[in-house]
Design a protein. Structure first.
Length: 171
């Protein structure tokens, strides 16, 4: 049976298009920029930028506390997203993970070569800045920022852990 040359060329072009689309998709899915690159949000003072990670598809992440930097430095999240961070201090000195401008926020000391788990909630708007209190002046700071273009989820919602009684007659 003879093969139609036009069909073969069309099929090759189709397959090449699929491969190119897959390459663009996978390149766009890179959730961590290993190099410093531009900071996605501006922080005051010096920042030792160790990359950005998109955490919108996860609830848990290891955040490395290195010599005077957090790796990754910037975390892109959904508004109000709960994150569990495993803070791994890989350096020879103690570091803190301190959430700035949040009353009763996270403020822990992680000893050298130890790991500690904390829970943080991404802001509903703006950024959530974290620093090492010991080394902030040396550039050890980072931020959780929001995924651009996504609506604020649960804006105005009030949550409570206090038990609310049912209205009379509701059992």
């Amino acid at each position: 049976m003879p093969v139609d040359r036009g069909s073969v060329i069309a099929m090759r072009m189709f397959v090449a298009g699929l491969i190119a689309a897959a390459a663009v998709t996978f390149a766009g899915c890179s959730s961590f920029n290993e190099g410093p690159g531009p900071a996605p949000v501006a922080l005051s003072g010096r920042v030792n930028n160790e990359g950005t990670r998109d955490v919108t598809g996860t609830t848990r992440l290891e955040l490395e506390l290195r010599n005077y930097a957090f790796k990754p430095t910037f975390l892109r999240a959904q508004p109000g997203q709960l994150l569990t961070l495993d803070l791994a201090n890989t350096s020879d000195v103690a570091h803190t993970f301190t959430v700035v401008d949040q009353p009763n926020g996270v403020d822990v000391v992680v000893q050298p070569h130890h790991t500690m788990r904390v829970h943080v909630v991404a802001p509903l708007q703006g950024t959530l800045v974290f620093v090492c209190r010991f080394h902030e002046a040396m550039g050890m700071q980072g931020a959780i920022f929001l995924l651009p273009g996504h609506p604020v989820i649960g804006a105005g919602a009030v949550t409570s852990t206090t038990r609310t009684p049912f209205p009379s007659g509701w059992g």
